[in-house]
Design a protein around this ligand. Structure first.
Ligand SMILES: [Zn+2]
Length: 219
């Protein structure tokens, strides 16, 4: 579940501080409306009771999307001056969360750090864009009778690799680079708009290794 915490909010117009409830933990899969708010950069937007100004107060929050292998710590933009300190704090908090939350965090190796919600909003936009291309590719691959190799979501995001890779199925054999190269050639031939697949095909042809497979989906 997502949950809120109470903070003292300071209006940018210098009005008297006031108590406000803002999201401190966002579960992106269970609260899709909060994920949307991040896409619009309107997460935790509040209104000053004194002057009516809308603003995002200085408050940190954590965003979790376990299926995407994504955990993000979002600190206020003004904290950026002490990035090393906050990165250390994030690592400590992450270790503590792993001990208490366990299961859902198993797929996450390293959290992402942002100052202000802009960076996380951009990341989610790229995720959605990549997801759309993936859906089209998977449909094409199935029509061509190709297998699908699920890539680690965190790896795919950091290395700009498609979320799934098509491969030519050969009985009794795990897909190797050659089978994936052939699979990619067939899907880009069938649909010229699959630009992520096209650029990754070029990388594989230059000798880039196959990305790690996606871990089993967390329960
Ligand atoms: Zn105000």
């Amino acid at each position: 579940m997502s949950f809120k915490g109470e903070i003292d909010a300071n209006c940018p117009n210098g009005c008297e501080a006031f108590a406000a409830e803002v999201w401190s933990f966002i579960h992106g899969e269970r609260s899709p409306e909060l994920r949307d708010a991040l896409l619009w950069r309107e997460c935790n937007l509040i209104i000053c009771p004194g002057c009516g100004a809308a603003f995002v107060p200085e408050a940190a929050f954590v965003y979790l999307e376990a299926g995407a292998e994504l955990l993000a710590f979002v600190f206020p933009a003004s904290y950026r001056d002490r990035e090393d300190y906050w990165r250390g704090k994030m690592r400590d908090d992450f270790s503590a969360m792993k001990r208490t939350l366990g299961g859902e965090l198993e797929s996450i190796e390293e959290p992402e750090l942002f100052f202000g919600q802009e960076g996380l909003g951009e990341l989610l936009q790229r995720e959605d864009y990549r997801g759309e291309e993936s859906e089209v590719m998977e449909h094409v691959a199935r029509e061509l009778g190709l297998g699908l190799y699920a890539v680690s979501r965190a790896y795919a995001r950091r290395h700009e690799v498609p979320r799934a890779l098509p491969y030519v199925q050969r009985p009794g054999r795990k897909p190797g680079v050659e089978a994936v190269v052939e699979g990619l050639r067939r899907v880009v031939e069938a649909n010229e708009r699959l630009s992520d697949c096209r650029s990754f095909l070029a990388k594989l042809e230059r000798g880039c290794p196959l990305p790690p497979e996606r871990a089993a989906k967390p329960a």
